[in-house]
Design a protein around this ligand. Structure first.
Ligand code: ADP
Length: 228
């Protein structure tokens, strides 16, 4: 469902963050993306949801060539891809419910459907009781749960997460991982950039290692690797 062929990304400042990446990720896979800071993990991930376009090469998501995607089709792509960030990126003046509902409102879903579906995903992440609270009233782990709920509310085929446990303590990180596991068990592809060695080594999935903008390792049920 995600195909990259000879992808290069050179930023305007001359930095080459992707240096010939070819990779294929199938529907239903769970993939960790590991590598040192500055290796190009975020760039790799941003190109998947078209936050960045490659300078060269082809990226196909579900048969759609991202480069050739017309601007008016970008919302359709975004609907198929949920994104979770390290710093949650919730809207501070909206409640938990509203933050999640917003993702459905922008694609003009029916209000009745929105209400039902938002409560469904809030139940899935264990936050039904906190639907009326503001993000500032929640712990970091709870805020990340809200952002995960938001990422899956439109039933995307893939969830892309850039260091989702980067700001969380170990215990909370495990709880967040349980939710990603559940999402993946339901058939959603998960691509996750992470520095969390313990998690990668304990919950085994495919590991793609990136260094200097290149894939240096790609293993099914891989280890985190790298000595710390
Ligand atoms: P990682 O996620 O592995 O830390 P990034 O993809 O964020 O790596 O960065 C890879 C390289 O590209 C780094 O050298 C970084 O400084 C550079 N880079 C990232 N984003 C930009 C940008 N918007 N403009 C210029 N350089 C960037």
């Amino acid at each position: 469902m995600i195909e990259m062929e000879e992808v290069f990304k050179k930023y305007p400042n001359g930095i080459v963050a992707a240096n010939g990446i070819s990779v294929s990720i199938k529907q239903g896979e769970f993939v960790y993306v590991v590598g040192p800071s500055g290796a190009g993990k975020s760039t790799f991930i941003k190109m998947m949801y078209r936050e960045e376009l490659p300078t060269k090469g082809t990226i196909m998501i579900n048969g759609v060539n991202l480069e050739k995607l017309k601007p008016n089709k970008v919302p359709m792509l975004r609907r198929q891809i949920g994104v979770v960030f390290q710093d949650f990126k919730l809207l501070p003046t909206l409640t938990v419910f509203e933050n999640v509902a917003f993702a459905m409102e922008v694609i003009e879903e029916h209000p009745d459907h929105i209400k039902k579906r938002v409560m469904e995903v809030l139940a899935l992440v264990g936050l039904k009781q906190k639907a009326r609270m503001l993000p500032s009233e929640l712990s970091g782990g709870e805020q990340q749960r809200v952002s995960i709920a938001r990422s899956i509310v439109n039933n995307p085929k893939v969830v892309i997460a850039d260091e989702p446990t980067g700001n969380l303590d170990p215990e909370t990180s495990w709880e967040i991982m349980k939710i990603f596991e559940e999402i993946n068990r339901n058939g959603t592809t998960v691509v996750m950039a992470t520095h969390n060695r313990e998690i990668v080594n304990a919950i085994k999935h495919r590991v793609i290692a990136i260094e200097s903008g290149m894939i240096t390792r790609d293993e099914q049920r891989g280890d985190y690797g790298y000595e710390s």
